[in-house]
Design a protein around this ligand. Structure first.
Ligand code: PLP
Ligand code: COI
Length: 339
């Protein structure tokens, strides 16, 4: 294996040595299987291919300042995967099986975990897909659970440098009572057109509004949105937002800093009142936003003095990253060590 250029890794697919898999058949999961194949041999009528019966997750493993490997909040990812399974009528996975699979695939690919201080991490991608053959629209009778991993750099190429985003009204990623609150492939397929156009127009991502009234902020592409107003951390509440584990963690850290946390619908006009705004998620961590362009009104909301992230965003980012890197104590029990 040639040396990996850790500092310049994109957020992309990177071939590693092994992935782990389990199969659901006759009402139960098989034992975990380890494979070095990057491919899946699947029936052409599998429900994941035709009817989008699939869910996924995203987590990260970090090499800490002490050289130990830490995974962030994996039990929360397991809970969310199970919510996605309930949403699409797929079999759930026990915490034990999820943990075993994550720890195994990370241990087997240890040489791909970026060293401390390179600004990179090992991305962990679980998938659960309907593999049984059906042509009628109904849940499959067979499923596959799979986890692959790969070293990644920042999701937005700017890293912690502020990004520009645009508000869209002519596309929705999720319907009001649809599947926005779970992590299923269909939401991402629905977001592609708006996302590609935002990139083509020079923005890191688009901001989706609530699909019903187009009055409130939903999500910042593949990340949650937050704003800082005085001593308050504000983040949108909506059924079509994916409950972000990063956002949940930032709310805890904001409270630790003595901030008020406000989870409620956030009207677009309120963008003019925030001192700082950002996007947060596993892949994005915190991406401070320096400007938001409203495609319809031509209005631009500006943040970030001298192009730098605001003070509270930087504080929250540092607190979160320090826990992930083992530089701050894990007082909330968010870390799982990999032997
Ligand atoms: N929103 C969407 C649509 C996402 O895809 C993600 C990524 O997982 C997030 C938010 C952030 O969630 P988390 O912090 O759990 O990664
Ligand atoms: C994540 O943040 O883990 C995501 O899944 C976002 C994206 C790459 C879909």
């Amino acid at each position: 294996m040639s040396a990996i250029d850790w500092k310049n890794l994109p957020f992309g697919y990177f071939k590693t040595d092994y992935n782990v898999r389990a199969y659901w058949k006759d009402g139960k999961w098989s034992p975990l299987e380890v494979t070095d194949s990057e491919y899946i041999n699947m029936h052409m009528a599998a429900t994941c291919l035709h009817y989008g019966q699939e869910a996924f997750e995203g987590m990260k493993a970090f090499t800490g300042v002490d050289g130990k490997i830490r995974i962030f909040r994996l039990d929360e990812n397991c809970k969310r995967l199970n919510n996605s399974c309930i949403g699409l009528i797929m079999p759930e996975i026990s915490q034990e099986m999820f943990r075993e699979a994550v720890l195994k695939v990370v241990s087997l690919n240890k040489k791909y975990i970026p060293p401390y201080g390179e600004g990179a991490s090992l991305y962990i991608r679980p998938l659960l897909i309907g593999t049984g053959a059906e042509v009628g629209v109904r849940p499959a009778r067979e499923y596959m659970f799979l986890i692959f991993v790969g070293p990644v750099g920042p999701y937005f190429k700017e890293g912690f440098n502020p990004v520009k985003m645009q508000i869209v009204r002519d596309y929705d990623r999720a319907a009001p009572l649809g599947t926005g609150h779970i992590k299923v492939g269909g939401n991402y397929a629905a977001s592609l057109r708006a996302g590609v156009r935002a990139h083509d127009e020079g923005f890191a991502s688009c901001i989706f509004l609530d699909a019903k009234e187009k009055k409130y902020i939903d999500e910042a592409g593949p990340a949650n949105f937050f704003g800082i107003k005085g001593n308050t951390y504000v983040t949108p509440k909506s059924h079509s937002i994916l409950p972000s584990i990063t956002n949940m963690s930032l709310r805890t850290l904001a409270e630790e800093l003595g901030m008020k946390v406000d989870v409620r619908p956030v009207p677009v006009e309120e963008l003019a009142e925030f001192e700082e705004v950002g996007a947060c998620g596993t892949a994005a961590v915190i991406s401070p936003i320096c400007s938001i362009y409203d495609r319809d009104s031509d209005k631009v909301y500006q943040y970030c003095k001298e192009g730098k992230a605001g003070e509270m965003s930087l504080k929250l980012y540092t607190m979160l990253r320090d826990i992930q890197d083992g530089k701050a104590p894990d007082k909330y029990g968010w870390i799982t060590f990999v032997e």
